[in-house]
Design a protein around this ligand. Structure first.
Ligand SMILES: NC(=O)c1ccc[n+]([C@@H]2O[C@H](COP(=O)([O-])OP(=O)(O)OC[C@H]3O[C@@H](n4cnc5c(N)ncnc54)[C@H](O)[C@@H]3O)[C@@H](O)[C@H]2O)c1
Length: 248
């Protein structure tokens, strides 16, 4: 018996990195999953590998009309949506605040922050039919504490944390829980990209108490817990998964 048997999930940014890991884990625990991304080839390949319980859709998470389509298709394919994982995100420019342009700032806000607002809004009518929905918003350790040279990212991830609390209060009357997850340093294409690696070394360096970065699967474990009924009394809460980095 799977921990997500009978659940229908939407996971954004599922073509690679942590999102792909969440998709794999959810399928292995019995969920039916619609996952979305702007990376079409990777998404289609993953869906083909995972079989009939996984469906890929191209979606820009900052587009309200794309959100409408995704929810309609997910419900038509599998039934009312009981889980939403807002995972898609970008780092944005790695440079000082005063060198960051308005366009660069807005792009990060659109993909990391506006997307979470649009996703929760779009999914609510479908999720209300299930009476025990769970929304998991992926923020960051950068939504708990600040880091230099990534102001738009930090601002957007603090906003995801706040949005999660606002929605948790509003959606509780429908039996829908909303929590935020705050990963520290996770080994994915995002952190391996040029610039991010150097920033990571400078800001985090060797200071992680557990002495290493995490693998995406270690974040999938907490996302699975929050998505499942096992976390039935958690809402509006922050789940930090950072190897102890923020404790110091
Ligand atoms: N890797 C880390 O150390 C780390 C730490 C804290 C938080 N996070 C957050 O975790 C989430 C996943 O990050 P990851 O490390 O797996 O990165 P990743 O780059 O490997 O994956 C992110 C996915 O989001 C997709 N995406 C980007 N823009 C999109 C858009 N407009 N519409 C739809 N999809 C879009 C990308 O194509 C990609 O597949 C992000 O929200 C990120 O900010 C990552």
């Amino acid at each position: 018996m799977g921990r997500l048997d009978g659940k229908v999930a939407i996971i954004t940014g599922g073509s690679r990195g942590m999102g792909a890991s969440h998709v794999r884990r959810f399928i292995s625990e019995g969920a039916k999953v619609v996952f979305t991304d702007i990376l079409v080839n990777e998404g289609q390949a993953l869906a083909a590998e995972l079989g009939e319980n996984a469906r890929f859709m191209k979606q820009d998470v900052s587009s309200a009309s794309d959100w409408e389509k995704v929810v309609v298709e997910a419900e038509a394919a599998f039934g009312p949506v009981s889980i939403l994982v807002n995972n898609a995100g970008i780092m944005g420019p790695i440079k000082g605040l005063t060198e960051t342009t308005e366009e660069e700032y807005q792009k990060v806000v659109d993909v990391n922050q506006l997307s979470v607002f649009l996703g929760m809004k779009a999914v609510l009518p479908s999720m209300r039919k299930t009476e025990n929905g769970s929304i998991v918003n992926i923020s960051s350790l950068g939504g708990i504490i600040g880091f230099k040279n990534q102001a738009p990212y930090i601002a957007s991830k603090f906003a995801v944390r706040g949005l999660s609390k606002a929605a948790a209060l509003e959606f509780s009357e429908y039996g829908i829980r909303v929590n935020s997850v705050h990963p520290g340093s996770i080994d994915t294409p995002l952190t391996r990209s040029a610039g991010a690696k150097e920033l990571h070394a400078a800001e985090v360096g060797n200071s992680i108490p557990l002495g290493r970065s995490a693998q995406p699967e270690e974040i999938s474990s907490i996302v699975l817990y929050l998505a499942s009924d096992e976390s039935s009394y958690s809402t509006g809460a922050e789940f930090i998964v950072d190897g102890g980095l923020s404790v110091q």
